[in-house]
Design a protein around this ligand. Sequence first.
Ligand code: DOR
Ligand code: ZN
Length: 340
Amino acid sequence: MTLQSLTIRRPDDWHVHLRDGEMLKTVAPYTARQFARAIVMPNLVPPITTVEAASSYRDRIIAATGPDFTPLMTCYLTNDVDPDGLARGFAEGMWAAAKLYPAGATTNSASGVTDIRNIYPALERMQEIGMTFCIHGEVTDPDIDVFDREAVFIDRILSPLVDDFPALKMVLEHITTRQAAQFVADAPANVAATITPQHLHLNRNALFKGGLRPHAYCLPVVKREEHRLAVRQAAVSGSPKFFLGTDTAPHSREAKESACGCAGIFNASYALESYVQVFDDEGALDRFEAFASEHGPRFYGLPLNEGTVTLVRAEHQVPETVEGLVPFHAGEMLRWRFVG
Ligand code: DOR
Ligand code: ZN
């Protein structure tokens, strides 16, 4: 019999961009509607590098979402990060994790790390105290083809890191390739990955379907079909190394539909609907709850949420715009609906 309704433990989003100012007020309620907690990316301008900045940002987030939502703050790593300061912020409960942006890799990464060796002392400290290291895994070398930057990062940077830090909890964020799925699956238990809905649904043809499609553009960029299929298999595999992280990354319509359009897909408004359809299509609805609500908190060492959310099988069309932004799946039919 076809399942008509699915009730799961309340999920979390292990990778979001909530922005600031008016955009924060607009988008954060969509994340808070579906998720209890979220790992909040620190790539604001200026980036979130101090406990003070994180504390006031957290207050602004909660003002936008209400108190039922828990933002988990991350520290933007720079070349001159102070390991003691980082450890203090973790001990105080401000930092849930620290994030690596290789300088120049993506939106607001100019203050990022220019050489991984520069943060080795911070990584040593994080390993000691059990603080999670979130990784934007792309090399920035202009000689490397943009579609190969994740796979080359794994060879050049991540693979040596995993050897050098055997106990550091690492999350390879928003994986997009067969190589990433395989590397994480084969790595020790301290290495995990988040998976976005767009990398489960889109291959690189989506960038050019009938014309140039800025709303399918994010970083790491979507890859060939073989990679999408490998990432899908990882997501539905049931392995505790893979968990939900939307990478919802809103930009104004003008910033997306531009001669130099920004990278990022706003998927917060229909995130669970988008993911659950993949698990349904793969015959893996029984594994959705673990991916959405269990693997993430277990990896981070946080309690599972109380309470549940329900999705029902009901076709509906995603609107062309949400709050003036173009959402993921705009104009398409989705087969599940979030009912709260
Ligand atoms: O597509 C993306 N957008 N990828 C990132 O890594 C950053 C994000 C953003 O902040 O816009
Ligand atoms: Zn991101």
